[in-house]
Design a protein around this ligand. Structure first.
Ligand SMILES: *Cc1c(COP(=O)(O)O)cnc(C)c1O
Length: 382
């Protein structure tokens, strides 16, 4: 299907790894039991889910698997973490700090809370996409209960200085730190214990797992973290997230994490090399620049071809799947991420995001370089 298509939109979603599919399939047919049932079929499903939970915990070096809560995706996990903490801690304070370049799941949740008695500080970023640590320090008040800063930006690949942020927050033990690590997992090794991360969120479908599954890690070993559930019902997931567990998807997410644990180091190097090769070649076109500074993960290039409209370029490249930004934002809208990085509107509508993944090889990248070079030059002549 779609033969000859070069898929370079891995930050929107990824192809499910064949090994993940093979792990999932038996849990749709053979082992269909409800993991809450007490008979053999139920117990086997539950046992397998706990194994998957262990695989997820292992990837981020969580102190225990019981601190992983499965949700329907990163969006739900973000909603649970931010609203759940806000509601549980509103007697202590009503102030939340986040960043202008966050994913819409974080920004829209914070916007919702701002209409319900909470006050939100949106930190600025500089031209390279990084927050200013001094601005963060100044923004902290006695009412601050939560700081939510993404590990890696999904549009640009920019890595925020998470360790320095946590150093600053260390003095205020009552402030919880949460990070949306959806665009970071598998691109940068993460150790929640070493890094002292309180809450971390990621998604299955960005790491060669299925869609509709994600997780929230809550570091309860580190501090007591109160959270009000956002979905009520049978009391699954320690009462924090009710609803029959999505066994096949959980098994898939577990397998995806197990594969990354074993393969991420070599995979990161391989993809980084391909990305740098592509970036260097595309920059040779001239009047072209990379959006974001040096501190970026190795799988993304957000690149501006001046005087080329990004929609026209994407349309001219039917066999190269790239995007003009986050798949979650309205097409008619210009990127809020690039806008926060002080790019002009002209630059924003001339930028595309190219995101590489596990299944890309040199031949595909060379083909993409050739076609992009040709179309950029052609469109500039028009
Ligand atoms: C994809 C993405 C999300 C949303 O994840 P879903 O599992 O699709 O809900 C949130 N944050 C970032 C950074 C993402 O890239």
């Amino acid at each position: 299907m779609f033969k000859g298509l070069v898929y370079l939109d891995n930050n929107s979603t990824t192809k499910v790894d064949k090994r993940v599919i093979d792990a999932m399939v038996p849990f749709m047919g053979t082992y269909y039991g409800n993991p809450s049932s007490k008979h053999k079929l139920g117990k086997y499903a539950q046992f397998s889910i706990e194994k998957a939970r262990e695989q997820v915990a292992c990837l981020i070096n969580a102190p225990s698997k019981d601190e992983i809560i499965f949700t329907s995706g990163a969006t739900e996990a973000i909603n649970l973490a931010i609203k759940g903490i806000a509601e549980a801690n509103k007697n202590r304070g009503n102030h939340i700090i986040t960043v202008k370049t966050e994913h819409s799941a974080v920004l829209d949740t914070c916007n919702y809370l701002s209409h319900n008695g909470f006050s939100i500080t949106y930190l600025n970023v500089d031209k390279s996409g990084l927050i200013d640590l001094k601005e963060l320090k100044k923004s902290i008040k006695k009412e601050t209960i939560l700081v939510s800063i993404m590990y890696v930006n999904n549009e640009t690949g920019v890595i925020q200085p998470i360790n320095k942020i946590i150093q600053i927050l260390k003095k205020n033990k009552e402030i919880f730190f949460m990070t949306d690590a959806t665009a970071a997992i598998g691109k940068i090794p993460i150790d929640v214990q070493k890094e002292n991360i309180d809450l971390l969120v990621f998604s299955g479908h960005k790491i060669y797992g299925p869609k509709g599954i994600g997780c929230l890690f809550i570091n309860r070993k580190r501090k007591s973290i109160d959270m009000i559930p956002q979905i009520h019902g049978g009391g699954h997931e320690n009462g924090i997230r009710s609803g029959t567990l999505n066994t096949p998807a959980i098994i898939g997410m577990g397998k995806a994490c197990e594969l990354l644990k074993k393969e991420q180091f070599s995979e990161i190097v391989k993809i980084h090399k391909l990305r740098d090769y592509m970036e260097n070649e595309l920059l040779k076109i001239g009047n072209t620049s990379i959006n974001g500074g040096k501190k970026r993960v190795g799988n993304v290039t957000n690149i501006c071809f001046n005087n080329v409209n990004n929609q026209s370029l994407i349309f001219a490249l039917p066999n190269i799947a790239v995007s003009s930004g986050s798949a979650c934002s309205d097409l008619a809208e210009t990127s809020h991420v690039l806008n926060s990085m002080k790019l002009s509107n002209r630059e924003i509508v001339s930028s595309i995001r190219i995101s590489l993944g596990r299944f890309n090889d040199k031949r595909q990248i060379s083909k993409a370089i050739r076609e992009i070079k040709f179309q950029v030059k052609r469109l500039r002549k028009n």
